[in-house]
Design a protein around this ligand. Structure first.
Ligand code: QAP
Ligand code: CO
Length: 168
């Protein structure tokens, strides 16, 4: 079974994800598939909702860091200092926009086996986790853009959808 990436404006991307309560073998298999889906799409981070599963699960592999599975995350602390990066999303392919996010976050989350940990992330990993946590709340990075920028993106995407429907 291979997972299918959900793309904007798929309505599932606006839904809030539930806490994971079942830390069994199925969760492990799902996370492995989530990694495969992320790699095939050349992503560094992916949340479960982006493949249609409304549970608080994130996988992340930032170049130079170890791959991570983050379940039921909660930000305990965020730094004043910010980090600016060109933000993109596998569910909004082809679009990027510069944005500031806290440079460092203290995060409480669970591992695959359900054990709890509090850890500090910074730089691109912190940026990625914050982006993915927005997904868990049904938010996309384009929601924070000006209405003008958002409507431009929407127009381009609508055009692409229409073109694909009319048999490419
Ligand atoms: C979130 O995003 C993120 O448009 C993960 O054509 C964002 O992996 C992490 C991607 C910023 C760190 C910094 C996007 C691939 C991947 C595209 C992604 C595309 C192909 C996005
Ligand atoms: Co995303």
């Amino acid at each position: 079974m291979t997972l299918k990436l959900r793309v904007y404006p798929d309505p599932i991307l606006t839904k809030v994800s539930e806490l994971v309560t079942d830390f069994g073998d199925e969760l492990k298999t799902f996370c492995e598939q989530l990694f495969v889906c992320m790699k095939e799409s050349n992503g560094v981070g992916l949340s479960a909702v982006q493949v249609g599963r409304l549970e608080q699960i994130i996988v992340m592999h930032v170049p130079g860091c170890t791959p991570k599975i983050i379940i039921n995350p909660e930000i305990i602390e965020a730094s004043e200092e910010t980090f600016n990066y060109s933000e993109g999303c596998l569910s909004v392919p082809g679009f990027y926009d510069d944005r500031d996010r806290p440079f460092e976050i203290k995060l409480k989350y669970q591992h695959l086996d359900g054990s709890e940990i509090t850890d500090t992330f910074h730089h691109l990993e912190a940026f990625c986790i914050q982006h993915e946590m927005d997904h868990l709340e049904g938010k996309l990075f384009i929601d924070d853009l000006s209405p003008l920028k958002k409507s431009r993106i929407r127009k381009i995407i609508d055009k692409t959808i229409r073109r694909n429907k009319n048999g490419k």
